[in-house]
Design a protein around this ligand. Structure first.
Ligand SMILES: [Zn+2]
Length: 270
């Protein structure tokens, strides 16, 4: 599933391509025909990313998209290609087209519904209006594992498995450490690191989390080959030596997801 940096990049791209002008909107597949008809011809005022949610604002109504596991956008210069496959939403102006396939959510929300969506989401490290202190209030009162809390979109929004596991490695904290054991300083550092890592990923379009001394060139090792790209410490590296200490990276299950960590570098396991 795309993490928050991908959704932020999409919001920025769609703003650049379409904002400030009327757009033609259709649903070649038909499943969003009614919604498309309602916004077609309206001016796209702005776009917004909040966690893994994308919003296109049209004034009295907003398009809400959540890509989920299979959703994908594609765009290009005109002419619009003939529809192939299940295109839920197609948008175009006199220069560009945009297609959306396979999203978990593609719906119109009125302003109170947009407010309700924002209200149920936690602190987004990529947003200037984020309130990390509210996230910490949830974390410090919880017996749940840190990794599960950081993946809970009502606590922190936009973080997925890669950012969470990598930030915990960089902080030296075990994914299973109960939230209540995280100190205020520990949270400040962890939050600042998420802001930094995710901000860099918005710029580069990939998730890189290793420090300069652990980069391939510095260590004389080959670059990582993985469809997720990016240089990482523990994510999907079970059994491989930890880049910092050489211990084999561990794998376990946590909140129904795979979890990866270094048992030597990361402390505080429950
Ligand atoms: Zn290690």
């Amino acid at each position: 599933m795309p993490e928050g940096h991908t959704v932020r990049r999409l919001a920025d791209r769609h703003r650049e391509l379409f904002a400030g002008e009327p757009v033609a909107v259709t649903s070649p597949q038909g499943r969003f025909a009614e919604g498309a008809a309602r916004i077609s011809g309206a001016v796209l005022l702005d776009t917004e990313a909040y966690g893994k949610h994308l919003l296109h604002h049209y004034g009295d109504v907003s398009l809400h998209v959540h890509l989920g596991l299979y959703g994908k956008f594609a765009d290009g210069d005109l002419p619009v290609p003939a529809p192939v496959g299940q295109i839920r939403l197609r948008m175009a102006n006199p220069r560009h087209w945009l297609d959306l396939r396979g999203p978990t959510a593609c719906e119109l929300l009125d302003p109170p519904e947009v407010d309700a969506l924002r209200a149920r989401l936690g602190a987004d490290p990529l947003r200037a209006d984020a309130k990390p202190e509210q996230a910490y209030e949830r974390i410090r009162r919880s017996d749940q594992a840190l990794a599960a809390l950081l993946l809970d979109q009502s606590v922190v929004a936009g973080t997925g498995l890669i950012f969470v596991l990598e930030a915990l490695f960089r902080a030296g904290l075990a994914p299973t450490m109960p939230g209540r054991r995280l100190t205020p300083d520990g949270w400040r550092e962890l939050w600042a690191d998420l802001v930094d890592l995710m901000g860099k990923a918005v710029l580069s379009g990939r998730i890189d989390t290793v420090r300069p001394e652990h980069e391939p060139q510095a260590m004389g090792r080959p670059p990582r080959v993985d469809r997720h790209g990016g240089e990482v410490y523990v994510y999907r590296r079970p059994g491989l030596p930890c880049l910092a200490c050489g211990t084999e990276v561990s794998r376990g299950e946590l909140a129904g997801r795979n979890s990866y960590w270094c048992a030597t570098c990361q402390k505080g396991a429950a």
